[in-house]
Write a protein that binds this ligand. Structure first.
Ligand code: FES
Length: 113
């Protein structure tokens, strides 16, 4: 049976749609709107992900993209081409270009405001 899972890719196209992001294994689901990084979308939905610099340099947020496509607003975020090919990405700067499944076992609910 052919695999219909979209390839893991990164692109530099402009965002034009909101996409669903699912965090595995805990199952948090939220929407990433155009112009939001995956981390910003998570925080807006009350889901905390590991992060520090939030500008793509420290790699504290590095996690696996299990399914879907993301794009970066800069040509060279702090993740190598080889790492990207293996599915690693930086949610603090990556923007969804499709529905995503992200492997991040360290996600947790944000405290109530
Ligand atoms: S939080 Fe520093 S690279 Fe994402």
């Amino acid at each position: 049976m052919p695999d219909s899972t979209p390839p893991l890719t990164t692109e530099h196209a402009a965002p034009d749609a909101a996409f669903e992001v699912r965090i595995a294994p805990d199952g948090w689901v939220f929407s990433a709107t155009p112009g939001q990084s995956v981390l910003q979308a998570a925080l807006s939905a009350g889901v905390e992900l590991e992060s520090s610099c939030r500008n793509g340099t420290c790699r504290a947020c590095l996690c696996r993209l299990v399914q879907g496509q993301v794009a970066y607003p800069m040509a060279w975020p702090g993740v190598s081409a080889d790492e990207q090919a293996e599915g690693w990405f930086l949610p603090c700067v990556a923007m969804a270009r499709s529905d995503l499944v992200v492997e991040q076992p360290m996600a947790w609910p944000a405290p109530a405001p």
